[in-house]
Design a protein around this ligand. Structure first.
Ligand code: ZN
Length: 256
């Protein structure tokens, strides 16, 4: 079915969240079903959801769902549009990580690919991932692409972060364990691993970081989902923030 036909299909209603902050979205059914195996199953089964074309997602965040709906129509993630909607632009990385969680849970495979591309692009531009973003990624099911993303975040932290001596019990234990493994085996580089990774052949990046539907068109996710700040970040450029220094004393204590 073409996109033109999809957006003129019968509508479905999705109620997202609870209480006064809940959102109600009316979306063409075909648009939902073409993007997600979850919605395709829910809207076509002979039970109550399939009959009424209404789905309740009490445990989802309306702002995350809004990003999904916008992605359905635009075919890509628009970083400026997303950032302008956030209460705090510093939460951009966490928002994208939560979009990944949503996409994984609701089986929206191409959204998950695009969110991974956007998060990698954002981190190259903005510097290290926030603690909340890292913990969000480490709480996701360990698919092959999430394992790769975990490795990127941990490698970035080992060689370019200076934060592990602060509130160490707030970091995900598997993140700390991965850092110890990387510290033992990796040599320091003058360039962020993240930048090196993104500058390799895009096909290679796609092979490691994405999982596409069968018969999907050639991947353009890394090109389309590039982070562009809504306004000039009020902080030092990433190149200064990521200056190479030896791993922190805390890491040494951890591995002794
Ligand atoms: Zn791809």
């Amino acid at each position: 079915m073409s996109f033109r036909d999809s957006i003129s299909s019968r509508p479905a209603t999705i109620r997202v969240g609870r209480g006064p902050h809940a959102g109600v979205f009316t979306i063409p059914k075909a648009l939902l079903c073409n993007s997600s195996a979850y919605f395709k199953a829910a809207l076509n089964r002979p039970f109550i959801e399939g009959q009424t074309q209404t789905i309740h997602l009490d445990d989802e965040d309306p702002s995350i769902f809004q990003t999904y709906v916008t992605w359905l129509y635009q075919g890509q993630l628009d970083s400026q549009d997303i950032e302008e909607e956030l209460d705090d632009p510093q939460d951009f990385g966490l928002h994208i990580a939560e979009v990944m969680v949503f996409a994984d849970k609701r089986d929206v495979r191409e959204l998950k690919n695009d969110a991974i591309s956007m998060l990698l692009s954002y981190l190259v531009t903005h510097g290290l991932a926030s603690l909340d973003t890292i913990n969000c990624v480490y709480n996701m099911p360990k698919s092959s692409e999430i394992v790769l993303l975990r490795s990127v975040l941990a490698t970035d932290e080992v060689w370019h972060g200076h934060r592990l001596d602060k509130k160490i019990d707030h970091w995900h234990p598997e993140f700390l364990a991965e850092i110890i493994g990387i510290y033992r085996n990796f040599k320091p580089t003058s360039r962020r691993f993240l930048e090196s990774f993104l500058n390799t052949n895009p096909t290679t990046v796609c092979g490691f970081a994405h999982k596409h539907n069968v018969n999907a068109p050639p991947c353009s996710s890394l090109v389309k989902n590039t982070y562009t700040p809504a306004s000039t970040p009020n902080q030092q450029p990433p190149s200064k923030k990521c200056k190479i220094e030896p791993p922190t004393q805390t890491v040494r204590v951890l591995i002794d």
